[in-house]
Design a protein around this ligand. Structure first.
Ligand code: ZN
Length: 96
């Protein structure tokens, strides 16, 4: 049985793959494509937790601030706010 998180990740992965496939079919050059600015592993995760109501902490320029994950030690986690609480979510460690 999939968790809500896993269902959301799968939904977002399929949606992202569809956008990329449509752009490729339409002849969009890679430099201008969604594929150039997304990651098939991390992007669906970031979009999934957004669907769950987590709001990413952004830098002044509007980019998500990535931090070192306390568990896997990779520089891939982000700080999110939800219900007034700040939480660290990592695409590698928080997929359940
Ligand atoms: Zn991690």
């Amino acid at each position: 049985m999939q968790t809500i998180r896993q269902q959301n990740i799968e939904h977002e992965a399929q949606a992202l793959a569809a956008v990329i496939a449509n752009e490729q079919a339409a002849g969009v050059e890679h430099f201008n494509s969604t594929a150039a600015v997304t990651d098939p592993f991390s992007t669906p995760f970031f979009r999934a937790v957004k669907r769950e109501g987590f709001i990413a902490k952004l830098a002044v320029g509007g980019c998500v601030v990535l931090v070192g994950c306390g568990r896997c030690r990779k520089h891939s986690a982000a700080i999110y706010l939800k219900d007034g609480q700040a939480v660290e979510l990592c695409p590698l460690c928080d997929r359940q």
